[in-house]
Write a protein that binds this ligand. Structure first.
Ligand SMILES: C=C(N)C(=O)O
Length: 132
């Protein structure tokens, strides 16, 4: 069964998608943008600022589905300028315990809403009271 999840606390969708789809103990999370959840406005700051916001948005979704950065198995990072690769990596890595999940980084010509950073993830949902 596929469970399509809508997360109230996360930034609201700016395109036709669910925040996440759960299949068994895996959750597939839509690419998060640097959108501020409280205002639903895009934070178009530096790559560092945008990456923090993106990772904070992913933290909201991970928490709401009963997972965490520790349980991410794969991510994809999209950035509009590979000149900021190192800057994005530093912020990105700071959210994970070691060892890191698998990842692909892709340089793109543009992202929705004029953003410079987008990250999507696949994560495992470990057993818990709500997920026996
Ligand atoms: C923002 C997106 N993740 C999208 O448009 O697909």
């Amino acid at each position: 069964m596929i469970e399509k999840l809508f997360i109230d606390r996360a930034p609201q969708p700016i395109a036709p998608f669910s925040h996440a789809c759960r299949v068994g103990d895996l959750v597939f999370i839509t690419g998060q943008m640097p959108t501020v959840p409280e205002t639903n406005e895009m934070l178009l700051g530096t790559f560092t600022e945008q990456t923090h916001r993106v990772m904070q948005n992913l933290a909201i979704v991970l928490e709401e589905v009963g997972s965490s950065f520790e349980h991410v198995v794969q991510s994809r990072v999209f950035i509009t300028n590979m000149g900021h690769f190192a800057e994005v990596n530093e912020v990105y890595a700071s959210y994970f315990p070691q060892p890191l999940p698998t990842r692909t980084c892709i340089g793109v010509t543009g992202l929705a809403g004029g953003a410079d950073v987008e990250v999507d993830m696949i994560a495992w949902i470990p057993p818990s009271e709500g997920n026996p």
